[in-house]
Design a protein around this ligand. Structure first.
Ligand SMILES: Nc1ncnc2c1ncn2[C@@H]1O[C@H](COP(=O)(O)OP(=O)(O)OP(=O)(O)O)[C@@H](O)[C@H]1O
Ligand SMILES: [Mg+2]
Length: 334
């Protein structure tokens, strides 16, 4: 254990006379605190400690706790991938460092970000190798997260169809469900890690949610909500690995304000389901826009910056930040 440093207190008026002594104390590794009218205003610290502080970088107000959030609803087509990608991009636009992890062997997130398409100078897609996916971590308890790919200012751990092998690995040894959680935390360096879960109750879905501290449940308002009843059981299982797992928000999308059924759904979610989690402002229905953005392999805010979905996902990002008590934005320059 490092020896405890002694602290010395000087008032502003004493420091001039006591400077030689104070500097001797700092050289000896002690801390010197200077007060003015009884309030601490400055500190003298050793050069090594100062260099360490300046090398560490951003001031405390810019430091955030890394938030690991799964976007999951076992229903297929619930909006998991759309919300992961576009919320991630909106958070990036607000200056946050974002890592997206595609946990679905369908790999829609990876494809929609253009990472399953070979670039001009490449023969194969960047996301082709299984070793670039979360499988890398699930296969070995000592492995770190693979080097991420990059798209639109986001870091991405991609998926491809071979990731389905992860399911059998996880079924064969339950302990492996903890590996992703450990590797994400060992990595650090991000403000947000968003995981796009696969549909159904596969082991990959459980690994994604078990790796998270927060869960966003997407709800497609044009589909039935029957499956939400099963979420409780799934959460219980995930909480054996992530005891503090919190349902952060219910996020409705494909909402049409002039449709009576959608208004009823909105009331149900905001009133009756508020015990599960707060509802965020619904994302409106724009099927052509979302389909085209996916086809052109871009977040919707990049594909159509002038259209309303950009603002809607920015609002969602603001609501998520509010729920997590995080600053509305971080300076992009940090
Ligand atoms: N606001 C919206 N308006 C219209 N269509 C939308 C909207 N959001 C998502 N969609 C469409 O809904 C479909 C399903 O969305 P998405 O693929 O994100 O769901 P998913 O839960 O990830 O599906 P899967 O379970 O297959 O992984 C997609 O075709 C997407 O373009
Ligand atoms: Mg999906």
């Amino acid at each position: 254990m490092a020896p405890a440093r002694r602290s010395h207190l000087y008032s502003g008026t004493e420091i001039r006379a006591g400077l030689t002594t104070a500097l001797g104390q700092v050289t000896a590794g002690d801390h010197v605190l200077i007060t003015h009218h009884g309030k601490p205003v400055a500190a003298l610290i050793g050069l090594e400690a100062y260099q360490h502080l300046t090398a560490v970088g951003p001031p405390a107000s810019q430091e955030t706790v890394m938030q690991v959030i799964s976007v999951y609803n076992q229903a297929g087509g619930a909006g998991k991938t759309t919300i992961t990608m576009n919320l991630g991009y909106a958070l990036k636009e607000r200056g946050y460092r974002v890592l997206l992890i595609d946990m679905d062997p369908q790999a829609s997130l990876t494809r929609w970000l253009g990472l399953l398409t070979p670039g001009a100078a490449q023969a194969s897609p960047p996301a082709e190798k299984l070793s670039r996916t979360a499988f890398h971590v699930l296969s070995d308890p000592d492995e770190e997260l693979p080097e991420p790919l990059h798209a639109f200012g986001l870091d991405v751990i991609p998926a491809n169809s071979k990731l389905s092998a992860g399911d059998s690995l996880l079924y064969s040894e339950r302990e492996r469900l903890t590996y992703l959680r450990r590797a994400i935390r060992a990595q650090g360096g991000y403000d947000f890690v968003l995981l796009d879960g696969p549909p159904g109750r596969s082991a990959l879905a459980l690994a994604a949610v078990a790796a998270s501290d927060q869960l966003i449940i997407p709800i497609n308002v044009s589909k039935s909500m029957d499956n939400l009843g099963n979420v409780g059981e799934f959460l219980r299982e995930a909480r054996t690995f992530s005891p503090d797992l919190n349902v952060l928000a219910l996020t409705m999308h494909s909402f049409m304000a002039n449709t009576r059924h959608h208004q009823d759904m909105l009331r149900t979610v905001t009133e009756q389901l508020s015990a599960i989690a707060p509802a965020t402002t619904p994302i409106t229905h724009k099927s052509t826009l979302y389909n085209d953005a996916a086809l052109y392999q871009q977040p919707v805010a990049v594909y159509a910056p002038q259209k309303s979905p950009r603002k809607e996902f920015d609002t969602l990002a603001g609501e998520v930040l509010g729920l997590l008590n995080m600053p509305e934005s971080l300076e992009v320059s940090r």
